[in-house]
Design a protein around this ligand. Structure first.
Ligand SMILES: [Zn+2]
Length: 246
């Protein structure tokens, strides 16, 4: 898979060239909104909305910790790039960057045919793919993690941060002080003593956790689809996931 638009086209069955009718596209947490003009520029205008759940804060933290713990993804994200392969990390944690089917979305259109997935929905989905090729962080923004937030959190959670000068608890800013506790609380035995530098080590804690809690709404068959699209790569690139204690 070479581009986000291909991944999106494959998942949603969007025809090539469908995006040309989209006049405006906006992406915010939970919603992609688009304006589509039908009939080659002189037709009626329709408003499309593609809605998906935004992961709760502990889930966003898990995703950032997982990305931070993988050297390849960490380096690319800190360079403000998002490789297509990162989709597998999101998918394995139950939060596909690219929805795996229309069933994963609430898709609406102002036309009368939207319940049978009108062409306007497909046009906006295609436009989202084109936008993701230009700026992949549009997809993370849809999941509630815009570029700035994602890069900052991956930086905070990366092992390099743990090797830097020790910072007092008070110096950890914003959600960084609280969110890793959610990760730890959900993934580690209660009897395990909490490390003092929780924010810096939460990525390592994540991958070494004895049990990974199930995401709230895991899409069925994600693992099979991921393996089908990338046979042999997932287990190699994500050590520890699904193999507690490894
Ligand atoms: Zn429509």
């Amino acid at each position: 898979m070479s581009a986000w638009s291909e991944l999106l086209s494959e998942s949603l069955g969007v025809p090539a060239g469908a995006a040309s009718a989209v006049e405006r596209l906006s992406v915010r947490p939970g919603e992609v909104a688009g304006r589509v003009r039908a009939g080659g520029g002189r037709g009626s205008v329709h408003e499309v909305s593609l809605i998906r759940p935004v992961p709760p804060e502990p889930e966003r933290e898990r995703v950032c910790a997982a990305l931070a713990s993988q050297p390849v993804f960490r380096a690319r994200i800190l360079a403000e790039e998002l490789p297509v392969a990162a989709d597998r990390v999101f998918a394995l944690l139950g939060w596909d960057l690219v929805p795996r089917s229309w069933d994963a979305l609430v898709a609406t259109c102002s036309c009368e045919a939207w319940e049978s997935r009108c062409a306007h929905l497909e046009a906006v989905a295609a436009a989202l793919g084109a936008e993701a090729d230009r700026d992949p962080f549009a997809l993370t923004r849809w999941l509630g993690l815009d570029r700035r937030a994602l890069v900052a959190r991956v930086r905070t959670l990366s092992p390099a941060a743990a090797q830097g000068p020790p910072a007092p608890e008070e110096a950890v800013s914003g959600g960084g002080a609280e969110a890793p506790q959610d990760v730890r609380g959900g993934a580690v035995r209660p009897s395990r003593p909490a490390p003092p530098d929780a924010a810096a080590t939460s990525a390592a804690v994540f991958w070494s956790a004895p049990a990974i809690p199930a995401p709230p709404a895991p899409p069925g068959g994600t693992g099979e689809r991921v393996r089908a699209s990338a046979p042999g790569l997932v287990a190699d690139e994500l050590p520890g996931l699904g193999r507690p204690g490894a």
